[in-house]
Design a protein around this ligand. Sequence first.
Ligand code: ADP
Ligand code: ZN
Ligand code: ZN
Length: 723
Amino acid sequence: MVLEVIVDLSNDSIDRTFDYEGDDCPLGSRVAVDFGSKHLIGFVIGKKETSSYKNLKKAKYLDSPVNDEQLQLMDFMRKSYNLRYIDVLRLFIPSKLREERNPEYAQLFLEIDKSRTFDELIGVIGTRSPKQAECLEYIREKGQFMSLLINLFGASAVGGLRKKGVVKESLVHERSTPMELCINKKERVVLTEPQKHAVDAVTDGDGVYLLHGVTGSGKTEVYQNVIENMLSKGKTAIMLVPEISLTPQVLGIFRGRFGDSVAILHSNLNASEKYDEWKRLKTGQAKIAIGPRSAIFAPLRNIGVIIIDEEHDTSYISDNNPRYDTRTVAEYRAKLAGAPLILGSATPDMETFQKADSGKYHLLTLPNRVAKHELSEMEIVDMTEEFRMGNRGIISDALKTALTETLNKKEQAMILLNRRGFASFLRCNKCGYIAKCEDCDVSLTYHKDVNELKCHYCGRRYHMLSKCPSCGSTSIKQGRVGTEKVVEEIKSFLPEARVLRMDNDTTRVKDGYSKILTPFSNQEVDILVGTQMIAKGHDFPNVTLVGILEADAALYFSDYRSSERTFQLITQVAGRAGRAEKEGRVILQTYNPNHYVFRFGKSYDYIGFYKKEINARMVTKFPPFTKIVRISVNSVDEQDCLDSTKVCYQAVRELEKEYGKFVYLGAQKSPITRMNGLIRYQVLMRLVPDMYYQIIDKIYKIVDSNKPKKGNIFVETNPQSLT
Ligand code: ADP
Ligand code: ZN
Ligand code: ZN
């Protein structure tokens, strides 16, 4: 039989099938092949009786990791996003299966030395190593895999125990899951009417459901009940959560309810652990896949429901090869399986809400918080007023007082410093004025190298400002405050406070998140100062104050979604205050207290915000009323880059003439003109959506036949940023 094989090499020139001779096997099978001088893994995606090539080489069958439904999904993604076969196929298989070697593995398992009493062992450890004692206590009853122990107690504690000979080691062929410890058995609750309605609707329905409800309104409870109903029908489920909210708490709740039926596809797992969880799903031992966006590729059959929690989260968009939007992929996979898709959020993506509003999606609403307290009202502090009163610091007097009071009550605070878009905009400190593009109504970006302001959507350039056109003040500055600066300022009026920072720098180290969140959750820290990453998913009952600094920083980011992102961010972080017994307070600092984002944000009025914002999008012709398409060209050689850009631009111009569906079309250097040694250009357009699918296919063809010689080219729709 002739097998049509995709080999495991990512390269444009071999993005097609190669014929091999082999035994009949299902499509999606994995084979070992000789390719040129290389020995490679390949995937069978077609079969035929004869080939037009002679003397075919042999393909050796290994196994069948990819099923038909996944192959259909692969095809859909390839066509929708203009991706290579192999780049999509790799999404479906754990990295262990990219080697021919048998992926089964054995792991070191540690138990206490039972020939001595526990007290004797503790005596051997001594009093100077409390971590080792803690670890020994943990494995006292049942033992544990070494990799998990290292995760929990650190390599040096585990190494210490082994050196001191207080543990027995053995090789065990069994699965280990790093989340084993955190099983959290919750009492069953009686669903509220809106929850019950949502569960029933999804259980018997199909299509896409938007589950809209503020934090704490009981969405997770709805997910669990729907999953339970699907399992009882003999079906399986996928639940996606943003990486950052994949916390032990959340996983513990699901493990507590569904036990070993849950497989976790966390990116922190090592290759063996990932393979192991993958295999449990593949063989049907596990029926629920929980993970970040990659879990949408889980090897499940007979899917009953797919859930995307916090559906507005940007982590669902992959903006590196292979580029895709997980929500679109999930919608297609759900349709293939005949299963409903639930998109859950307190602050849905504007496009998602518009689809629900227009009846394309079903809208389910959980109007109230289940918990004792309603969401804390936001107090808005006008920073231009602070400036006038002589406060040149980052923290307002109101927030200083509130922080002091909170610490006096032995409660905790979180301070969010909004960093998004910071480097780029200019602001008048006196009146809060921000320069915007006259054509696009998005904020201009300051380009230091040429000392100019630029619009990233249309390329229009403006002179740098020397004084504020609105009030004449020369105190016009590029804002740039770091979390260190905030901590410093807090220390100046609260020298005793225990403060930790959480940002890109402090979390980059191994286990960075838990090194910060664990002491905060144990109340060994009073104030947590952080960027966006503190906004999500965490549940700290003793946090009663949330401060938001530079609330408007994201508003000035040169992005048509800046208002939407700001609304999402402030309502999310505000939801961290007063989650348990104690009432919370939120103080938001801004230079634009009257901006509609804050007017609606103050009372968590998503619908009010949505109505205002969707109108603005319609007027300015931004998504969902258009689709923004960007062709990115890069090359080591500027001329090469420019040549390819020009040809593509001309070809798109022809499309514009033919279809007339363009709101805007232009070509320019990318805002960041050089990245990783490559020169970058882009062709940018906005299309009226009704002919999008026809036009985008033609654009893919244009791009594929005009590649730069010393670089690459790709197309994105509604890209996350235009940098
Ligand atoms: P969300 O996912 O919308 O933030 P959760 O589902 O986590 O909300 O619910 C918030 C809290 O309220 C949880 O502690 C949950 O156990 C509890 N809860 C949810 N639904 C109910 C209910 N019907 N009755 C009592 N408690 C509930
Ligand atoms: Zn513009
Ligand atoms: Zn001014």
